[in-house]
Design a protein around this ligand. Structure first.
Ligand SMILES: [Mn+2]
Length: 316
């Protein structure tokens, strides 16, 4: 299988001595997995190059990777690669613009085609899966996989497929997973780190399951105010990780979490069929057809989002 884009990216990488890899804000395992996995492959394959991974660290994901702090001057002659980030506003660390050349590698819809060279595959389960395909495309040309790269890529695939459950989990995904685990990292340790739950978050899960409002249209919502977060000692990002809790409820078509932060209310939309990124777009957000997000600034707007969500549920 020829992977023209991957090979073009590899040729570009060869032209640079310094490569800086970014990913999206509010990182998830796929953001870390693709960013770190690519970095580890490049470090092993090109020991003479300087490879950096940057962005604001997410403490709960420190077990995956710690990030580099670099000076602006490092960007002057650098190639910048952004992983897993659909649009420029979501790129963590605005200095991605300071490099000599910019590459985008992503699996979200390509609505903001930024960069000099783009590789976007919306059929990929995760950007981490694409990084593994980058390795497969280039292994005859000197790319080296390491245990650490395999661990990170595997974590990204597991994260973005919801442990091999979501629809884009294909035959390829399982094949890559079986190849990756042969590098011998500890699956138990990885899963323990990825799925450990704090007691207060377990309690907040209980709140969500008790209090979600299920509408006759098959739409559901949960409103999580600042006060509620305080009561449970939970952060907004911890609360948004609970959004998948409602996916298995009988009759559920689509649902939304509203999570209040300091200046905004985060809108997290999920769906079993109705297209919800159209709803997100109406409020300046975006994402996948079945998983999208936006920010709103009042609880009145939350009611409008619910009405829009009900409308797409009725249309399907
Ligand atoms: Mn992803």
């Amino acid at each position: 299988m020829m992977n023209e884009k991957a090979l073009e990216i590899l040729e570009t990488i060869k032209e640079f001595d310094t490569i800086i890899i970014h990913r999206h804000v509010r990182p998830d395992p796929d953001a870390y997995g693709s960013q770190g996995g690519l970095a580890e492959i490049l470090k092993a394959s090109f020991p003479e190059k300087k490879i950096y991974t940057v962005g604001k660290e997410e403490e709960s994901l420190n077990f995956l990777r710690r990030l580099d702090e670099i000076d602006d001057s490092v960007y002057e002659q650098a190639l910048v690669i952004v992983c897993d980030t659909a649009n420029q506003e979501r790129i963590c660390d605005g200095r991605y613009r300071l490099g000599k050349k910019l590459i985008k590698i992503d699996h979200h819809p390509n609505e903001d085609p930024y960069g000099d060279l783009l590789w976007v595959n919306t059929d990929a389960s995760s950007t981490s899966e694409m990084i593994y395909e980058f390795y497969l495309a280039g292994k005859e040309k000197g790319l080296i996989m390491t245990q650490e790269a395999a661990r990170l890529i595997y974590a990204g695939i597991v994260g973005d497929t919801g442990r091999f459950l979501f629809p884009r989990t294909g035959e390829k995904t399982f094949r890559y997973a079986s190849e990756l685990i042969q590098y011998g990292f500890s699956l138990t340790e990885l899963y323990d780190n990825m799925y450990r739950t704090k007691v207060n978050i377990a309690h907040l899960s209980g709140y969500v399951l008790q209090n979600f409002v299920f509408l006759p249209t098959g739409a559901a919502f949960v409103k999580i105010s600042k006060e509620l977060l305080q009561q449970y000692g939970a952060s907004p990002s911890e609360a948004s990780q609970l959004v998948s809790l409602l996916g298995n409820i009988d009759g559920m078509k689509a649902w939304v979490f509203f999570i209040e932060e300091d200046q905004e209310i985060r809108v997290r939309l999920r769906s079993k069929g109705p297209i919800v990124n159209e709803v997100a777009k109406k409020y300046g957000g975006g994402g996948h057809p079945l998983a999208a997000g936006a920010s709103i600034y009042s609880w009145d707007d939350a009611d409008r989002v619910i009405a829009d969500l009900e409308a797409v549920c009725c249309a399907t």
